[in-house]
Unconditional design. Structure first.
Length: 196
């Protein structure tokens, strides 16, 4: 199965989240289409359909990001390019934290992930999940990527102030938006795997 991403972090994470599913990266030179959908689901389907058109096989595509409550859900679908095209993770994170500080209210946020699957027969499915939490004023930790260093998930408990970047891979996968969506996808794939 092809994972429609150029992000090596996402490929590594999805391989960990879907044991038993052989995930391959996109063919060299593949250009992702513009992500001009109005939702995570729409963008995941754009990527999946483009990869399907090139490979002809089963594909999975992820679109995910973070929504800050006090910013009306921003950066949302623009998370990967929040500080502009080509901005790195740290630049995007710095911009988000500056804007949340300026908003002056709470620091509630949620990660969202939509996984689009196009099966070998062409049928399409989308699995979406969320992980709620809050943002710190500054990042901590060396694990994870994206906004992980400043995001403290609710599901580790009220006494646990570790960021996603400070959790072990297993702890992160158990509660993350991508982990939850991947389990929904795996559950969908399981009957087919059992039938083969």
């Amino acid at each position: 199965m092809i994972l429609a991403t150029g992000n090596r972090h996402k490929l590594a994470e999805m391989r960990e989240l879907l044991p038993g599913v052989e995930l391959e990266s996109l063919p060299a030179g593949f250009e992702m289409p513009p992500e001009d959908g109005d939702s995570f689901e729409a963008n995941a389907l754009i990527k999946a359909r483009a990869a399907r058109a090139v490979t002809g096989g089963a594909v999975v595509a992820d679109d995910s990001g973070i929504e800050a409550e006090d910013l009306g859900g921003a950066p949302g679908i623009y998370s990967a390019r929040y500080a502009g095209e080509g901005a790195d993770d740290q630049t995007n994170l710095d911009k988000l934290l500056r804007e949340v500080d300026a908003a002056g209210g709470g620091r509630r946020a949620a990660y969202v992930c939509a996984l689009a699957l196009i099966e070998a027969d062409g049928s399409e499915h989308v699995f979406e999940a969320r992980c709620g939490g809050h943002l710190l004023a500054a990042g901590r930790g060396s694990g994870g990527f994206g906004y992980d260093p400043a995001f403290v998930p609710d599901e580790t408990g009220p006494e646990d102030e570790r960021t996603m970047a400070e959790l072990s891979a297993a702890e992160k996968h158990a509660i993350s938006h991508r982990g939850k969506a991947a389990r929904l996808l795996a559950a969908h794939l399981a009957p087919a795997a059992g039938a083969s």
